[in-house]
Design a protein around this ligand. Structure first.
Ligand code: C2E
Ligand code: MG
Ligand code: MG
Ligand code: MG
Length: 286
């Protein structure tokens, strides 16, 4: 039996796997350097209401390595998470968010727009997470209600008591929480009541296929119903077409994010757009 297992692991450890390990190591060392040299950038994507008025922005990391080129967060965030680099990187993102919010306090058109930051489980579990946020908000005099943290169901798998404690503590400060990619993760509905959540984000995979796959429509409808019954705001992610928008509105969804309204762009781009108007025109996706 031991022999069979040995053969199994040899077969399992194939060249393709070696390649993906190499790529991961490459990314990790490049990312370590990039974090140290401050080479990552934050983009923003608007979130809108039914009048196409911008009601918040989500900050999204962007990284172009001089040798490897553009690397998607879908690839480097898991590496940052497994290597621990997410801790300094995530702290930097929070500091940037607070610094943008602070600058926006001087602009009437911008000062009421909250910014959402994605938080990885490992970052959240770090012992200094809560105090770091407290300090940033205090040092930069940010109304805490303007900082939103997007967490995922992955955070709720273990240490639920500590997680709830931390969420409550930040929630008491005024920080708001959205549950990102909702419906794709470890779903126990029981915890939803326990968490001081503000919002559910319907994962883009459901929105994408909602018009053709009845299962995705049912899930979307269910999430909207949950939000209503639990008194949580609900936002749909990944809205790309007018047809999806109309369908979502028909189901009672009032908040949207997606290429239909605007792509993630440098903060400066959205800042000057929003100073002109908070209502995004129909062709904003261009
Ligand atoms: P997410 O938080 O669910 O962010 C939404 C993703 O969907 C973003 O991908 C965004 O560019 C993309 N998106 C927005 N609208 C549309 C649309 O209409 N169609 C399609 N197909 N996609 C759309 P992005 O920027 O590549 O980020 C991927 C993921 O990486 C994020 O998913 C988030 O989980 C993670 N991430 C990005 N920035 C950070 C960060 O600062 N910290 C952490 N921990 N994770 C981050
Ligand atoms: Mg997000
Ligand atoms: Mg998401
Ligand atoms: Mg995602």
């Amino acid at each position: 039996e031991a022999k069979a297992q040995g053969a199994e692991s040899i077969r399992f450890f194939n060249p393709a796997m070696q390649e993906s390990i190499n790529r991961r190591m490459l990314i990790e060392s490049a990312l370590r350097r990039a974090v140290k040299n401050n080479e990552l950038e934050l983009y923003m994507q608007p979130q809108v209401n039914e009048d196409r008025e911008v009601i918040a922005g989500e900050l999204l990391l962007r990284w172009t390595d001089p040798d490897l080129g553009v690397i998607s967060p879908v690839e480097f965030i898991p590496v940052a998470e497994s290597s621990g680099l997410i801790v300094p990187l995530g702290s930097w993102v929070i500091e940037q968010a607070c610094s943008i919010l602070q600058q926006w306090q001087a602009h009437d058109a911008l000062k009421h727009i909250p910014l959402a930051v994605n938080i990885s489980p490992r970052q959240f579990r770090h012992s200094h997470f809560v105090t770091h946020i407290e300090r940033c908000l205090q040092a930069m005099q940010i109304p805490p209600g303007l900082l939103e943290l997007e967490i995922t169901e992955g955070l709720l798998i273990d240490n639920i008591d500590i997680t709830v404690k931390r969420l409550v503590r930040l929630g008491e400060l005024g920080v708001r929480f959205s549950l990102d990619d909702f419906g794709t993760g470890y779903a126990s509905l029981a915890y939803l009541k326990k968490l001081p959540l503000y919002q559910l984000k319907i994962d883009q995979s459901f929105v994408r296929d909602m018009l053709t796959d009845v299962n995705d429509e049912v899930i979307t409808t269910t999430i909207l119903g949950l939000g209503k019954n639990l008194n949580l705001s609900v936002i749909a992610e990944g809205v790309e077409t007018q047809a999806q928008l109309e369908h979502l509105r028909g189901l009672g969804c009032h908040k949207f994010q997606g290429y239909l309204f605007g792509r993630p762009q440098p903060i400066s781009y959205w800042q000057s757009r929003l100073e002109q108007s908070k209502i995004l025109p129909e062709d904003a996706s261009a």
